[in-house]
Design a protein around this ligand. Sequence first.
Ligand code: NAP
Length: 251
Amino acid sequence: MTSTFSLSGRRIMVTGANTGIGQGIAVAAARAGASVLGIGRSSMDETAERVAAEGAQFTALSCDLADAAVARSMFDQAWEHGPIDGLVNNAGIIRRADAVDFTEVDWDEVMDINLKTLFTLCQAFGRKLITGDRRGKIVNIASMLSFQGGIRVASYTASKHGVLGITRLLACEWAAKGINVNAVAPGYIETNNTEALRNDPERSAAILGRIPAARWGRPEDIGDAAVFLLAPASDYMHGAVIPVDGGWLAR
Ligand code: NAP
């Protein structure tokens, strides 16, 4: 009998699959048996190699997710090559400045990628599934800043609170249609996103000192949580968020 944690035969789309958490999710999905469609604007050769090493198929699709309309048309084209069973909205950016100095550009760019494009891709996927009477899974990548305020990241905090809200709204609308919409909330993970924090000795020490697991997270820490939410094992989960944070929120 196939494990309910298996993604065998499933086609999973992961945005921002070239590096960091997206790469960790792509590799974990491949290990669970999925074929992976990686979406991004930078070379995904490294991810392709790591997925191939798991014995799985990887297809790279180039797309700048800053423009939601471009993202929608990319999704529709990807669907032409075969139905997609799971969508992981991982791509995201962060801008840091004091709230009094925060610029409109830094507000708009972050909201566009982290929230508008995320919703647009969910909508494009939902339309295909509902029209075709198919089941599917959406995993949105939230954050500790879906729950907390943080400092110097106004648009990021707003966008990640929004990610959690839209995850719950879509879960309510689509649960009865066979679509699971859930989220993973990573804690502090060693990726490009947190490079500035890790290079600031004071902030870095303060963050590390508050993590019960006493280490920063790694992209592979997130991968299997996403696989669980993509697999049949989580079929009765809707609108949930799984923190993978070394205990940060428990503190
Ligand atoms: P990362 O290494 O900076 O990865 C971000 C990914 O998003 C990259 O693949 C990046 O591509 C892609 N991306 C950004 N803008 C894009 C655009 N316009 N078009 C296409 N792709 C774009 O950081 P990460 O930590 O892995 O972040 C992944 C997700 O996890 C984000 O949603 C982030 O908010 C979330 N998260 C991270 C942490 C953490 O501690 N690291 C914690 C909580 C949540 P490029 O490489 O080409 O820029």
